[in-house]
Every structure is written in C-alpha cells, then in structure tokens.
Design a protein around this ligand. Structure first.
Ligand code: C5P
Length: 290
C-alpha cells in the first residue's frame, strides 16, 4: 500500500524570539500560514528493513540527514512499531533552505503517511511529539492552516483562517544557516521586538488588514540578505499590502489582494530570480491525496 501526501510550505506572518531555553533553543512567537506550494511525498512499506529516500532534486541528501528519514526513525522509535522497511519518494517543488519549511513539511508528511499505513490513529499531541523530535516547524506542518506557534515550535494554536489572498514568494540565491541566524540574534547588541499582543488580537479576530500591517520578522534585523530590500521594493510597486522575510530567510513574500498585481509582481521578479512562486493560503499543512 502506498500513501501520497501533499506537504505544504509555510510562511511566517510574524516571527519574534521571546527567550532562550536551557537546551540552547529559542522560544518563539510566530503567526504561521500554510501556502499551497507543495512537495509530493509518497510513502510505501517494504520488507527490506531499510529506510530508502528517493528525491527528484539534486543536492537534497537521501540519507539519514534528510528530515523525511529522521521522521521515519522518530515514528518507529516513539510508537515502538518494528520497522520492516519503508520507501519515501519526494518530488520537491518547495525550494530547500529557504525559510519555507520544505524539509519540515516533508517530515510532517512522512509522519502522517506512516500513521495511516500502520493504522496507528495517533492523537494530534502524539503526532506533534514525534514531529518535535525532528524539527521545530514540524508540529505546525502536521496541522497547518493559520496558527500561532509558541515555545520552540511545539505549542500550536489554530486561529481564524487567513482571508483569501495571493502570495508571491521570492527566494534569492543566497543560503542562510538557521543555527547561524539564531547565533547572530544572540550576539546582536539590540533587537526591536514586535507587537505580539496586537498580532495575537488581529489573528484571533481574523483581522486581515491588521495582520498585514503587523507582518514582521526579527530575523530581518540580524540576517543579511542583500536583495531583500529590492525584492520588497518591487512587491510594493506592484501594490503588495505586506512584505516580509519568512523564517530565517532568505525567502521574501508579498501579500496581494488582487491576483493581477500578484501575477505582474511574479513576472517582474522572475526576470531576476529563479525561484519565484505565486500561491494562496492553504487551510492544512499536509493532505493525503491517495
Ligand atoms: O529545529 P530546526 O531544525 O528548525 O532547528 C535548526 C537550528 O536552529 C537548531 O539546531 C538551533 O540551533 C536553532 N533553533 C533555535 N531555536 C528554535 C529553533 C531552532 O535555536 N526554536
């Protein structure tokens, strides 16, 4: 039996860091949104006792470094089920190391697929606890939609779904190391923290205009992405109502009410950048399609 899952990317409508935990991780306040750019993850049970990863993209490690591999290991460890073998085929569309949780989405998809294939019917907290062992964004990617996410990513609270809109994603060709981004945050002499209470209120009420006006990410203060300002300028020229960096970057997103504006923006950015996408909010993080 094979299960096919769509694993959706995410953006951070707000990301603030609220403290440092004893294990070195940071506690966060995030408003996260799934978007309908997705990887397709096909999971099937085999009988060779191995975890095999197949991926259509060069440069993605197909061994124990892959988050999908880690997710399978965590699933079998936490459930105590014996792993007789599993094959995971990933067709990637989400650019990797982009701040869009591509790896976390794939991991979430594997957990959802194995839960289905083994008929384990795990509760959401049990799925989250497996996800947390793989990465901070995995619990959100399991649930998805529009959520406030706190602690080190493990506390996920759904809020009103974001109003229908058009979102342009643009990933400049530079790499950002997430651990380095957190390190740079730790070493920054001063950080302007964000109005989390106002965002919580806006998110709870589904106040789209307010959410857009509060869109912000503290990593923009410490992560240097040379093209960020010019990407935002193009987005603003095309009438974006919000522009912000996602996660620890480097992807920048713009939110548009009007589809034509978003399309024009995508076309303009595509003249200079390879990874430009137009998408919509998604109400889930993973979707079993087969
Ligand atoms: O969990 P994830 O793979 O996204 O984390 C990558 C790295 O980012 C961690 O090893 C840690 O250095 C840093 N991190 C952190 N606090 C978080 C999430 C990530 O310090 N809440």
């Amino acid at each position: 039996m094979k299960v096919e899952v769509r694993a959706y990317a995410k953006i951070n409508l707000m990301l603030d860091i609220t403290g440092k935990l004893e294990n070195g991780y940071h506690s966060l306040f995030m408003l996260m949104q799934s978007v309908d750019l997705y990887d397709t993850v096909k999971v099937s049970l085999t009988d060779n006792g191995k975890i095999t990863i197949i991926c259509n993209k060069d440069g993605v490690p197909c061994d124990e470094r892959n988050t999908a591999y880690k997710a399978a290991v965590a699933f079998y460890e936490k459930t105590g089920i014996v792993n007789n073998g599993v094959e995971i085929a990933i067709s990637k569309q989400i650019p990797h190391e982009a701040g869009l949780a591509g790896g976390s989405a794939d991991a979430a998809a594997v957990i959802i697929a194995l839960n289905k294939l083994h008929g384990t019917n795990l509760s959401l907290p049990a799925l989250f606890s497996i996800g947390k062992a793989v990465g901070s964004d995995v619990p959100f990617c399991i649930l998805g939609g529009t959520c406030i996410v706190q602690a080190a990513g493990g506390v996920v609270s759904p809020v009103e779904p974001l109003k229908a809109c058009h979102i342009v994603l643009c990933k400049p060709e530079c790499n950002v190391s997430t651990p380095k981004a957190y390190g740079d945050y730790d070493n920054a002499p001063h950080i302007r923290h964000l109005d989390k209470e106002a965002m919580l209120h806006a998110a709870d009420n589904g106040d789209f205009e307010m959410i857009c006006s509060l869109c912000n990410n503290v990593f923009e203060q410490v992560v240097d992405v040379p093209q960020r300002a010019s990407i935002k300028a193009v987005m603003r020229e095309c009438s974006a109502i919000a522009t912000c960096m996602s996660g620890s970057g480097p992807t920048v997103f713009g939110i548009f009410e009007n589809e034509k504006d978003a399309q024009l923006c995508k076309d303009k950015l595509a003249e200079d950048f390879k990874d430009v996408f137009i998408c919509k909010p998604s109400e889930c993080g993973c979707e079993i399609v087969n």
